[in-house]
Design a protein around this ligand. Sequence first.
Ligand code: 5GP
Ligand code: MN
Ligand code: MN
Length: 324
Amino acid sequence: MKNSIESIINHISESNYFIVTSHVSPDGDNVGSTTSMYYFLKGLGKEVYYVLDDTIPLNLKFLLEDLDILRSDEVNLENYTLISLDCGDKGRICVSDKIKENCSKLICIDHHASNDSYGDLNYIDIKASSTCELVYNLLTQFNKKHSVSCIDSKIATCLYTGLVTDTGNFSYSNTHASSFEMAKELLVLGAQKDDIIQRIFQSNTFNYYKLLGDALNTLEIKDNKVAIICITKEMLKNNYISFNDVDGITSYTRDIQGVEVGILIKEKNENEVKVSLRSKNYVDVSQIAKEFGGGGHIRAAGCTVYDSVENTKKRVLEAVSKSI
Ligand code: 5GP
Ligand code: MN
Ligand code: MN
């Protein structure tokens, strides 16, 4: 079933127990959409749990100061609704299979092109800048229906974070007039714009720059159109950086003059490699990611490959060269 925003609002009004979650390797839209949904449900007096079996990037932790992140094995709940936000694929929902299987209702709110509407209730719009834009639409509709004003300054800050991170600070092609309208409304509602920008874009650690130096030393350009950077586990370890704290580096590959596809290869474990793909104008990288069991958006996608860094690099470059 597709786009039942009204049924989602009705279901939320009628239910009491919720778990909110998102995808593995959390990003700004993931954290912004889950925290805003969490604080909204709390505000309605619901019993709600924030569950995520992964580590939050350092620069996003400020959104979670007022809540406890639980691991799947810490939750024992019955008759609950699981709300999956910003997760294009049921397999990537970052909770245990038990939590996924035992929920009485699965709600999916998302903007990934590769989403197959896996929820019982779905609100999916692939044109939306971010999942935060969809949560904003939902809360705005909720306000109208119940003549209330449920977006306080804290919720506005969470939503603004997802909007700026998924649009690359209003620069990517997914930035539309509606994104600016939403930004304006959120600022009126008290979103802490300057604090967000400082925490997200201006708080990199010295170690991050050391790692960035090592990463840029691996930069290669193929056929003047494809750029690739590789980050090994050893590089992360040597610079005391966590796996989830280096996602921004993918942009360096795409932002080179003439490059159409940028690739970041990041070693998680031996023979387990995360691949991030970005394109500038015409290559649909979600299709390339799909070939490796992943997915995403046309201009930003990813996958996990169970192979060595060198083999993954070779295989991904081969796949990309066919789309150029
Ligand atoms: P990133 O490269 O920043 O991890 O991800 C880029 C986009 O692709 C994000 O929207 C992310 O959710 C999606 N994505 C990344 N990895 C995967 C994956 O393994 N499977 C799917 N379905 N989507 C992914
Ligand atoms: Mn995301
Ligand atoms: Mn997103």
